[in-house]
Design a protein around this ligand. Structure first.
Ligand code: UD1
Ligand code: MG
Length: 475
């Protein structure tokens, strides 16, 4: 079995990004560009995986280590991405040479760019097949405006005679619209022989990987061109405008694929679904919704406009009304949340729970059928099934130093404007009068009410007014 090494070039300076963050770590739909490239590479089951880093190397390497931890299960056993340094910007050929300790010993080297994040594994497989046992194959695009790219010159057999960089090309060569996307599959033995022969005698004084094409042709074994019909896939990122363009292309790709799998998107150009999200059939998503991280939404759920969900599980037929913001929470079947609700990490809503407007929850579990319809803060709370939390109820869970738990049994009724001073426990069907400050545990079935005595003084306003007028100085 022939073995595959994937080498990702990621040492570029990325000057035009004008950023402290290395270019390949800029996020695209929730994960760094480099992550998208690593994901596509992983799908090819490589035997070796190499990242050549230079600019911002420490950051890139730290991120790759983190990616590795999260993706070991997807890689073949024992395959760990290695980062190798390109100490200075010597060109694409120099970068591949710097990665040699990582790819050495493989039969095939597939070279990718860290700043071309939209390539699919299917395209990469086609590129590999196009080599068909030859020395190399190159991914080629046909662009309406090829300015800046290396031009691909074909011989009469449709094989590649040479690649000429834009800066080195003649006027006639600049008319060619076939461009080098940059990715290539190379016979590793040929690569190892050819790299030391590269010369920097070109406009940029660099070692051009693309010179391999001319060398192969000179040996009578010209490389194969795999011409990609959809040039959106080879869109690269040199500045933030192109980053946004890639974001748009990827968002569109992801959204279309969900629509084909039975998800309704009312306004797909405004809906952002990160690549780690999973949706069931007959989920309905309105405009302006953002679904991030590992969010899972089950069949029949409705997510109304402006909801932002990060790592949230939404069960069957739940309904999230507009502008619900939730993270690391679980929403039960047929529950209803929002509008304007804020579910913070550790919130668990069981089936048929209702959480209404301006309710904030954190580490709170609401049992089946419980309701908190208006204006509440429920933090560090265990709330039994069928409880009714009145408007303006606040769990006082923090004394400035520690957090304390509030526990409510089944069917507890909390009147409006109540403070539950934790730690505190209320038994089943306990009843709290409106305006109460609960500072002691309440037994099951008991009423608790704390209220200042009521005072009504008839005619008080008129008397006060007269007093005030009498006190006014006379002129
Ligand atoms: C390169 C190709 C060009 C092609 C274009 C496609 C060469 C000589 N030219 O040109 O034919 O049309 O890509 O976008 O290969 N990199 C390093 N170290 C370096 C130089 C580059 O790691 O010393 C990495 C960059 O981070 C980037 C990739 O290689 O991921 C391409 O580098 P870039 O400088 O963008 O090459 P171009 O001049 O655009
Ligand atoms: Mg470039």
């Amino acid at each position: 079995m022939s073995s595959l090494a994937v080498v990702i070039l990621a040492a570029g300076l990325g000057k035009r990004m004008v950023s402290q963050t290395p270019k390949v770590l800029h996020p695209l739909l929730g994960q760094p560009m480099l992550g998208h490239v690593l994901d596509a590479a992983t799908q090819l089951a490589p035997d070796k995986l190499v990242v050549v880093s230079g600019h911002g190397r420490a950051q890139v390497e730290a991120w790759v280590a983190q990616w590795t931890l999260a993706n070991t299960a997807k890689l073949q056993a024992g395959v760990v991405p290695v980062c190798l340094e390109q100490p200075h910007q010597g060109g694409t050929g120099h970068a591949v040479a710097c990665g040699q300790p990582g790819w050495h010993g493989a039969d095939e080297v597939l070279i990718l760019y860290g700043d071309t994040p939209l390539l699919t594994a299917a395209t990469l497989q086609d590129l590999r097949k196009a080599r068909a046992g030859g020395l190399l194959s190159l991914l080629v695009g046909e662009l309406p405006d090829p300015t800046g790219y290396g031009r691909v010159l074909l011989d009469q057999n449709g094989r590649i005679a040479a690649v000429v960089e834009h800066k080195d090309a003649s006027d006639a060569q600049r008319q060619v619209r076939l461009i080098n996307a940059g990715m290539m599959s190379v016979d590793a033995q040929f690569l190892a022989q050819a790299l030391p022969q590269l010369q920097p005698n070109n406009a940029q004084g660099e070692l051009y990987l693309t010179d391999l094409l001319g060398m192969a042709a000179a040996q009578g074994q010209p490389g194969a061109a795999h011409i990609l019909p959809d040039h959106r896939e080879i869109q690269g990122v040199n500045h933030r405008g192109e980053l946004a363009l890639c974001g748009e292309i990827l968002r569109d790709r992801v959204n279309r694929s969900w629509m084909l799998r039975g998800v309704s998107l009312d306004n797909p150009t405004t809906t952002l679904i990160e690549t780690g999200v999973e949706l069931g059939p007959d989920v309905q998503i309105a405009g302006g919704v953002e679904l991030r991280g590992t969010t899972r939404i089950a069949s029949g759920a409705v997510i109304e406009c402006g909801c932002v969900l990060t790592d949230v599980i939404v069960s069957e037929n739940a309904r999230l009304l507009p502008y619900t913001v939730a993270s690391q929470s679980v929403i039960g079947a047929a529950a209803q949340v929002g509008p304007f609700a804020h579910l913070r990490p550790g919130t668990r809503l069981d089936a048929k729970v209702k959480v209404g407007n301006f309710v904030e929850t954190k580490k709170a579990h609401l049992g089946e059928g419980a309701k908190a319809s208006h204006l509440s803060y429920l933090g560090d709370a265990e709330i039994g099934p069928d409880c009714n939390i009145g408007a303006g109820t606040i769990t006082c869970n923090y004394d400035g130093v520690n957090k304390f738990q509030t526990t409510l049994g089944r069917g507890v009724f909390i009147g409006s404007d109540t403070q539950l001073v934790a730690p505190v426990t209320l038994g089943d069907e306990a009843y709290v009068g409106a305006g109460t400050t609960v500072t002691r545990d309440v037994p099951a079935g008991a009423l608790i009410v704390t209220r200042a005595p009521t005072t009504i003084k008839e005619g008080w306003v008129a008397k006060k007014k007269a007093l005030r007028e009498g006190a006014k100085p006379h002129h």
